[in-house]
Design a protein around this ligand. Structure first.
Ligand code: ZN
Ligand code: ZN
Length: 299
């Protein structure tokens, strides 16, 4: 049987709970408890436990964290990063304001030099967090186009392509590693949350995916906030076009259904959208958002 060291080397996977509590290797392998710290390319990797996937870059010359899950998870991440580098965290980026991506911001209080996000993400966070002493807000925002900053041997950039999952989602690029964190702009084979209360727009979202597709290339490794059962939170830009197809087919399904006399409620009972069967599960939220967009907004 492989020992733990061999396994770690082979998979590039480090698990926190196994390392810190001395759980046996078999427990680690089969129970998959705790968190996972997975290096991807260069000094860049991902962290998963509870909430939207975290991206990180850690070396002796710089530390960047993209999204923060919740407080406990952010602390687990920092424990692992300290093993790589004991420098202060240079930059925290929030892809957008939702609690499963910013809930851990508070764990960075006093420990991070700069917090950055799109200006709408900051406004949404200010509007939705009841007690602002329970979080830290971005101190750096941008409104359009691209924001960049060099950290260590990596250049971080945020791109804003318009409204999608909310009105404040950034596409975050680790330029040298050529890894893109999509935040919740891509739900990999899982019906998405479309946050109309924060300016989400399905038609604009398809355009965001087009622009993202043409900005990056076939070598780009993409990371997603969430994925469906059995699907990876990593992928390639082909996933962008598959998800764009899901969004387009959703608008089409609701338009045709309503035009032929069906109700929003009956359409929402579907467990898949015709023409996009990989996004399995309740379509009620997607149908409701598409209905709002097609028949209520701007009227
Ligand atoms: Zn999320
Ligand atoms: Zn979200």
């Amino acid at each position: 049987m492989m020992n733990r060291r061999t396994f770690v080397k082979n998979t590039g996977l480090v698990t926190g709970i196994g390392a810190s509590t001395g759980l046996s290797f078999l427990n680690f392998l089969f129970k998959q408890e705790g968190y996972q710290m997975m290096p991807l390319r260069n000094n860049v990797g991902i962290f998963t436990e509870r909430g939207g996937t975290i991206g990180w870059m850690a070396s002796k010359d710089g530390i960047v964290v993209v999204d923060s899950q919740f407080k406990d998870q952010a602390e687990h991440l920092m424990t692992e990063i300290k093993k790589i580098s004991d420098r202060q965290i240079d930059l925290l980026i929030n892809t957008h304001h939702h609690g499963d991506h910013t809930g851990g911001n508070i764990a960075f209080k006093g420990l991070v030099k700069q917090v950055a996000a799109h200006e709408n993400s900051k406004a949404n966070q200010e509007r939705t967090v009841k007690d602002l002493s329970t979080t830290i807000l971005p101190d750096t925002t941008y409104a359009s186009g691209k924001w960049s900053k060099k950290v260590g041997d990596e250049t971080m950039s945020m791109h804003y392509f318009g409204a999608g999952h909310t009105n404040g989602d950034s596409v975050v690029h680790f330029e040298n590693a050529n890894i893109v964190h999509m935040g919740d702009l891509l739900f990999n084979r899982r019906p998405p949350f479309i946050d109309k209360s924060a300016g989400a727009n399905i038609a604009s979202w398809t355009n965001v995916l087009d622009q993202t597709y043409s900005t990056f290339d076939d070598d780009t490794l993409f990371v997603y906030g969430h994925s469906g059962e059995g699907y990876d939170i990593r992928g390639t830009r082909a996933d962008l076009m598959a998800f764009k197809n899901y969004l387009e087919k959703s608008l089409e399904y609701v338009k045709k259904g309503i035009d032929s006399g069906k109700t929003k409620e009956s359409l929402g009972e579907a467990m898949e959208i015709p023409g996009a069967p990989e996004w399995k599960g309740s379509q009620a939220r997607t149908v409701a958002a598409a209905y709002t967009e097609l028949f209520e907004e701007g009227k």
